[in-house]
Design a protein around this ligand. Structure first.
Ligand code: ZN
Length: 201
């Protein structure tokens, strides 16, 4: 049996709507921001953490509106970086085990992958699963997406360990995840925004 791809297109652009379910978005808590203006800076903006604070360095010529815009933008960037750092293979495995336990409880043995890892060579797929060696691969393109979308992609691949084909039985398993339809819509939206045809196969 070959791999079972969950189809997807190229780069999802940035973040979608903010996650809700179980989302531990770093951006939920606004940190204390210290803005430092520099006369030497012309165009570049940078930001870094200093303990609990975030220091944002901007050109002195920036207007207040530009300052606000750039502070928001830099905070988003830092939050995305934090989220990416959190997305380890270990975290992915723990997440998969939790999802299988919760949504595929009758298939405890079958829905246990031998490996779950992030990969960067998914060729237009969000995730894939090889039932023969029980391995699951998740595209790092979805790393910046909300937790509930990642959970959907993971659960989709876990369900393939139980039912390899996209049969009604398979979709019935996937449908146990309450946000399955919403997540598929989210991914389709990302596909559409990137201008590529969508086929989930
Ligand atoms: Zn599939």
């Amino acid at each position: 049996m070959g791999t079972l791809p969950l189809a997807c297109p190229r780069d999802p652009s940035q973040q979608g709507p903010p996650g809700d379910l179980g989302s531990t978005m770093a951006s939920a808590r606004k940190p204390v921001v210290e803005v430092r203006r520099s006369e030497r800076r012309r165009r570049t903006v940078s930001a870094y953490r200093d303990g609990e604070r975030v220091v944002v360095l901007i050109p002195d010529q920036f207007s207040r509106a530009e300052e606000r815009e750039w502070v928001d933008r830099m905070l988003e960037r830092l939050a995305a970086r934090d989220q990416r750092a959190r997305r380890s293979d270990a975290e992915l495995s723990i997440r998969a085990a939790r999802l299988a336990q919760r949504y595929l409880p009758g298939h405890a043995a079958a829905a246990r992958p031998a490996s779950v890892r992030w990969v960067s060579n998914q060729n237009g797929r969000w995730g894939s699963c090889t039932p023969a060696d029980r391995s699951i691969r998740i595209s790092d393109r979805i790393m910046d997406m909300p937790d509930w979308v990642i959970d959907y992609v993971l659960l989709h691949e876990l369900a393939h360990l139980v039912v390899p084909s996209h049969s009604p039985e398979f979709w019935a398993l996937v449908a146990r995840y309450p946000k399955a339809e919403r997540a598929r819509g989210y991914l389709e939206g990302v596909c559409a925004a990137s201008g590529q045809a969508i086929h989930e196969d």
